[in-house]
Design a protein around this ligand. Sequence first.
Ligand code: IPM
Ligand code: MG
Length: 363
Amino acid sequence: MKIAVLPGDGIGPEVTAQAVKALRALSANSGPQFEMAEALIGDAAFDSAGDPLPEATLDIARQADAILFGAAGTYASDLRPAESRGGHGLLRLRKALDLFANFRPVFAFPELLGASTLRREVIEGVDLVVLRELTGDIYFGTPRGISREAGGQRIGINTMRYTEQEVARVARAGFEAARKRRGKLCSVDKANVLETSVLWREVVTEVARDFPDVELRHEYVDAAAMHLIRRPRDFDVIVTGNIFGDILSDAAAMLTGSIGMLPSASLNAEGRGLYEPVHGSAPDITGKDLANPLASILSAAMLLRHSGGQEAAAALVERAVRQVLAAGCRTGDIMEPGATLLGTEAMGDAVAAAITSLKGQAA
Ligand code: IPM
Ligand code: MG
């Protein structure tokens, strides 16, 4: 399997190195083999090549079977024009590869129930997926920009837009995902205010005719945000647009105890994918060996499953993570009294060691 490794900015390189370590542990002594090619993206690429998504990086990404991604953008570039913003490199990559279906599974690890800010009885048993549309909506709609009105005052404009084809394909992915799980799909929109959402709801309802075995319900995004915190076990698969999905998936992350636990897969119609931790670049803790690498390692597991067709290897990596948590290993974000506090590197070592030992048992 050919993997493009794009560590990017902030804590991206630190956590991605641990995911690579996990994959190498899997390969050692007759496991699946990976050919990895590393390339620059984000602020790191802009600073050295003048472009947050250099042509060379895009080529490597296109040639790979899958992309293992870290994070892009830092506070330093947030206020620059879009073309020179690190995060924009990621948005362009998503668009260039047409990675429209972004799966963000939210699973409350029993070992971490005490690490959440929410009460144990609320989050126990939570197992849901946020499916976020990733290549449309207000993220990409035009016109956009900051200009001056006739009176001289500045005006900022973004455009929320969805075509029915864009809605239909992500809706279909949502129904298919629900069908493989508990058969429940919740479509989230703001159809009481926005035309894009009225169309979204109509199209999702049309697609539903092909999936009579899946139970569909619609919720407004504000109500869904509340519902997610109040009764998260009600959800199986949530399908929603780009901006609502961005916001809801961060909120949903807290159900697991920490955003440092949340992996993601962004797939295109051919099933090729980009795999990244949901947490982003976290400039405040960069380079301090404080970041939780588990979201990145769990993203590598998703890569094995969805782009590699290697279910057994994916499950083994996930088991290794559970084992390390059960042994009481914690990074700062999920630390609890009585547990052992580890840095990024040591947590990566612990998971790699668990992979090696689980492999030994399986052999
Ligand atoms: C995410 C991030 C990105 C987004 C940023 C870094 C552009 O927040 O993947 O959720 O908004 O999509
Ligand atoms: Mg986000």
